[in-house]
Design a protein around this ligand. Structure first.
Ligand code: NDP
Length: 310
């Protein structure tokens, strides 16, 4: 395999694969580096009903399989491996992938963001079986049912409001007695009749792994020390995301919240380095917006290489 590339894309979620598809069709023979969370967050969901073009929805892993095959069909190459080191100090950029050195004239960072879990173990085990980190992805499955949302930030409250239109009842579980979410979101949630709040409450366990579904939460009140059980059909964990930017710290400009700063489309602070998808977007975070920004990054890279961009 040629290790000296025009375009290297790190990440194989909707952003990375779409960037690969567009770069391949522009004859740039892109190399996509697929990490250990290959396929991104869609691999963790079941039915995706908001990807345009599939009126009956498509399973997340199947959609990613199709996207991957489409990128390969046009000549993108995919290697699996862990990017251990990136040097963006001069062009060509240098990368080390599972011990192999690559150089890249342009780099598209599409490493995504990972939802934070509760670190119970059981929450990951029941992921897609009643535990979710994305209300817009999975809320529909809880139509008319009772769900909980864990967290007190904008994401949690936005998810609770979204879910209140589908679920019969939404219980927000927060570890303190004050929300971090913006006032306007708080007001909206407080005035929604089927949203209730459990304050000073932490989730200690999720039942029932043996049945492979969510039936109840074991809760701990950190003020009174009391433990209780809340019967529930589903739980949405909304305690924040972590952008996967560890490799790029100190090399490209990051915003205060750790996300990569982009300007004029997908451009980062380093000429020739572009970013797409959730690694640079903490607001929309949808598969389709990630794919759209992957397309933008490939076009920006192509223009950069032909001397008509940047
Ligand atoms: P935040 O970091 O703002 O909030 C995370 C919430 O989860 C906090 O309430 C925190 O509690 C709680 N939490 C964190 N870890 C744990 C844990 N281990 N157990 C229990 N609870 C935990 O993340 P968000 O994803 O909500 O928001 C990220 C950024 O995106 C923010 O800047 C937000 O404003 C923005 N955003 C904006 C939106 C909008 O404007 N429409 C929509 C969504 C996000 P505690 O408060 O005690 O720290």
């Amino acid at each position: 395999m040629n290790t000296d590339r025009q375009v290297v894309i790190i990440g194989s979620g909707p952003a990375g694969l779409t960037a690969g598809l567009y770069a391949a069709r522009a004859n740039l023979s892109p190399l996509i580096i697929e990490g250990f969370e290959a396929g991104g967050q869609l691999m963790l969901t079941t039915m995706v009903e908001n990807w345009p073009g599939f009126r009956d929805g498509i399973m997340g892993p199947e959609l990613m399989g199709e996207l991957r095959a489409q990128a390969l069909r046009f000549g993108a190459e995919i290697v699996q491996g862990d990017v251990t080191n990136v040097d963006l100090s001069s062009r060509p950029f240098r990368l080390s992938v599972s011990g192999t050195a690559y150089t890249a004239q342009t780099l598209i960072i599409a490493t995504g963001a990972s939802a934070k879990w509760l670190d119970l173990g059981v929450d990951k085990q029941l992921s897609g079986r009643g535990v979710s980190t994305c209300a817009t992805c999975d809320g529909f499955f809880f139509k008319g049912r009772r769900v909980a949302v864990v967290g007190g930030g904008d994401t949690a409250i936005e998810e609770a409001i979204y879910l209140s239109k589908l679920a019969s009842e939404v219980v927000v579980i927060h570890r303190r007695d004050r929300l971090r979410a913006s006032k306007v979101m708080q007001d909206k949630a407080f005035s929604t009749p089927n949203i209730s709040f459990l304050w000073h409450t932490e989730v200690r366990d999720i039942k029932d792994v043996t049945r492979g579904e969510v039936t109840a939460l074991v809760l701990h009140n950190n003020l009174t020390g009391e433990t209780s059980e809340l019967p529930i059909d589903g739980v949405f964990i909304a305690i924040g995301h972590t952008p996967n930017t560890r490799l790029f710290k100190g090399q490209v400009e990051l915003a205060d919240n750790g996300y990569i700063t982009t300007h004029k489309g997908s451009r980062t602070s380093v000429p020739g380095v572009f970013a797409a998808g959730d690694v640079q977007d903490h607001v929309y975070r949808q598969a389709v917006t990630a794919a759209g920004s992957g397309c933008m990054a490939a076009i920006d890279a192509e223009r950069f290489l032909s001397g008509t961009g940047h």
